[in-house]
Every structure is written in structure tokens, then in C-alpha cells.
Ligand binder design. Sequence first.
Ligand SMILES: Cc1cc2nc3c(=O)[nH]c(=O)nc-3n(C[C@H](O)[C@H](O)[C@H](O)COP(=O)(O)OP(=O)(O)OC[C@H]3O[C@@H](n4cnc5c(N)ncnc54)[C@H](O)[C@@H]3O)c2cc1C
Length: 465
Amino acid sequence: MTTSSACHVDVAILGGGASGALVAAHLLDRVDGAPSVALVEPRAVLARGAAYSTARGEHLLNVRAGGMSAFNADPTHFVAWLQRQRAHADAGAAALASRFMPRREYGAYLEALLESAPGAARLQRVAAMAAGITPVAAGYRIRLADGGHVDARMVVLAIGNLAAPLPLPLAGADALGVGQVVEAWDYEAVAAIDGDADVCIVGAGLSMVDALLTLHAGDHRGRITALSRNGLLPLAHAVAAPAAGDWTALLPLGVRGRLRALRDWARHEAAAGRPWQGVLDALRPHVQALWTAWPEAEQRRFLRHAVRQWDIHRHRIAPEAAAVVASLAAEGRFVLHAGRARALEVGPRPRILYRRREDGSDAVIDADVVVNATGMEKRITRARSPLLQDLLAQGLARPGPHGIGIDTGVDGALFDRDGRPLPGLWTLGALRAGSLWESIAMPELRGQALQVADAVHARLATPSR
Ligand SMILES: Cc1cc2nc3c(=O)[nH]c(=O)nc-3n(C[C@H](O)[C@H](O)[C@H](O)COP(=O)(O)OP(=O)(O)OC[C@H]3O[C@@H](n4cnc5c(N)ncnc54)[C@H](O)[C@@H]3O)c2cc1C
């Protein structure tokens, strides 16, 4: 059911991407006794969010299908769903599990999951942006950007990946021409870039790769450059089993000690003919434990000195995507510059002014179109979210460690400005990255979604609280 302006429910989930949809599916997993749930999401389609709303076939998951089940308790769930789709009817489970599927298929999977939840009839769809939350006697009133409101006993904040703005002062922004600056997560706008346009992509992470793949799929003829501070590109996955080794030996070590130990471990693997990627895969389930074992000062050292190296090794891309990037670079059709962007000058052709990493000299890239591929904004005070700014201003939330995300308890309960957990208000996913570091991908989201749903159920069972 779609509601536009006002409703009253047991639980309001703000954000209907993967996280919000998973929480809703858990809450609606029974016909009798399911709570009434409102899913507040401005996008036309549920369960997609920033990652899975792309309709482009070249945008692949960066995890093999075998690792993308929505449920920890049923690791083959996504692959079994794929096998039920006509397009994959002839494919074996093992072959499907090893593939990097198009992200649009994953979005369809999550959407189907939500629609088929036994209690789905108790879901109210609110097609709006949440703009603020006010505590009221019976719970919370959620103010909507369209002027309406939702009253709920409990609230789950599932607003996920907030896009980072270009890290540049826009000189003459008023004069910006239509289509001169395009957001990488606006997948169709990237696809609509003129084939002869010179394109400068700011950022060199996974969103840059998305944009590059789309330009390549459209046989782009113009010059493509990217600019990133470090000049590093995401690395590729390899066929590797998680390496054998004792990750707990890393726990007492600081940043330098851990990096040294990881390099030694990777060298040991290489000497035995095994790819280094297996070391990262062995660590992957323990990243939260490794992060939380560090005192804040050591976490800060990691953020200052090692984060980009970590990111390119941890957030890897499908080998087929890496092959396209490498061949475009080898042919000179894609050039990556290393430097810090300083300004975007607007004119008939926008110009990016930047400072070269290698020698600190000033340089310029001019292009017809600038693509903002700077990814997600981790620093909460800079996030362009009226809802979050409202929560911070009211003291209903406070920044998480290092200013990343918001501060939460172990079950995702929001901490107010004095560090007290707020009753009946939880979050999950990217907003917990300061506390947990590894908190944006499916292996963490599926566990957190169940955890939040359990907390909601427990509170529903104790009406006096
Ligand atoms: C390009 C990209 C590719 C990725 N690929 C993978 C992958 O292959 N595998 C993997 O495990 N992870 C991947 N990820 C990680 C990804 O973060 C998660 O898998 C997952 O999509 C996160 O879902 P989410 O619901 O937490 O956040 P989001 O997907 O960001 O969804 C949040 C939703 O909240 C809505 N929203 C925001 N503010 C409000 C508001 N105020 N009121 C109401 N609604 C609001 C937004 O419209 C959005 O739909 C990728 C991420 C990106 C960005």
C-alpha cells in the first residue's frame, strides 16, 4: 500500500535501499503478529538504493554471487534465487556462485524478497524523504519533506550511502551548463554523456570504475581522464581460497606492525603460488574485530596513512571490469592523474585545477563533462542530509568515532549527545562505519538487519517500555 502524507505504524524504516528492505523483510517474516511497518523512501523502486538501482549490465557486483545471500543462515539463498530465473535456468549452482552478477539482478533479488515476505500486506510504502524526527509520548514523529508525517513507536534509520559533493569550490557555479557536472551514481546521466565529449572523472574508486565501464560500453570516443589524490586504482579479485593463517596474531599490533605482517603473509602465499587476495579474504570476516581492538589514536593513524592502500586491496573489482580498465589505460584512452583537486572553473569547458602529487606543481584538466565519482561522504557533519543534520542539531544523535557516521551501541541503537541510547531508535550500515569500520557491504548488512529486527521484536513484546 502506498501512503502519501500521514500514517501511524509500529515501525518506520527510513530509507528503502538494501538495508531498509532487509529489516522490513525480517519484520514481515510472519503473517500473524507481524508489526505494521512503513518504509519511507523517495526512490520509485524499493530495495535498490545507490548500489543496485543501476539498470546497466556492465555494473557488476564486486562480490561473487556465492557471497551475496541476504541471510547468514542460508548462504546459498541468492544463488538458489538466480537458478529460479529463466536467464540462468541452465546454469549450475557452482558456476553461478563463482560469477560477479550484474548489480541490477541483485536489486531484483532484494525486491522479490521484500515483496514475497509473508506479512508484506502490513507494509506501507511512503514515497517521500524523511526530513526530521521528533520524540513524542508514544514514540517518534517523522517529518517528511513533502509536509506530511509518519508516527511510529520505533524508527530504523537506514539511509545508507550519502553521496559526497565534489571537494572543490565551484568558481562561477551559477554559470554551470546543463550536463557539465554529472553524478557518478546518476547512472543514466553518465550513459547519456556525448560520445565525443572529453570527460574528467573526479575520484578513482569503484564509482569511477562504474563510470568508465559505462563510457566504454557506449564506445566513447572522447578523452577520459580521472583525478585522484593518490593515483591508485581498485585492484582485481583473483581465484583464491582464504589463506590459512592466524589472523589473531594481528590483534596486538599497530598499523605499521599489521601492514608488515600482512605483506609477509602475502609474500608467503606468493612463494607458494597463491594470490595475495587470499590473505585479504582470510581477514575479511574479522575486520570489525581488528578495528575495534585498536585505540582511537591507532585508528586515526590508519585513517591518516593507510586507508587508501587498504581500500584498493579490500574493495576489489571483478576481473572482467579490471580488464576493461587496464586495456583502456594501455591504449591511452584512459589516463589517471594523481593530485589534489583545488577548484572547478566553470566556462564553455569546465576546468579542474589541481596540485600534482609528484611535485606539488599546479596543473589543469579541461573537459566537456566532469563526473563526480568521489563516492560516499563518511564525515557526518558534512553529509548533505537534512534528516541527519536535524538529529545532530536536536542532540538525538552525535558523530561517531573520528566524525565518521553516528555513535551507536552494539545493537545499532543511536546514542544521543550525552551518550545515552535512545529507546526505539536504531541504525545500520554505513552510519556505523566509525564504530565498526567494516559496515557497508552485504555480509555486515545482513547480520545487522537481523539484529535490528530482533531488537524491534523484543521491544514490541514489552509494550510498557
Ligand atoms: C556503487 C556501489 C556498488 C556497491 N556494490 C556492492 C557489492 O557488489 N556488494 C556489496 O556487498 N556491497 C556493495 N556496495 C555496498 C552497498 O553499500 C551495500 O551493498 C548496500 O547497497 C547498502 O544499502 P543501504 O540500504 O544501507 O544504503 P543505500 O543503498 O544507500 O540506500 C539508502 C536509501 O535511503 C534513502 N534515503 C536517504 N536519505 C533518506 C531520507 N532522509 N528519507 C528517506 N529515505 C532516504 C536513499 O534514497 C536510498 O535508497 C556497493 C555500494 C555502492 C555505492
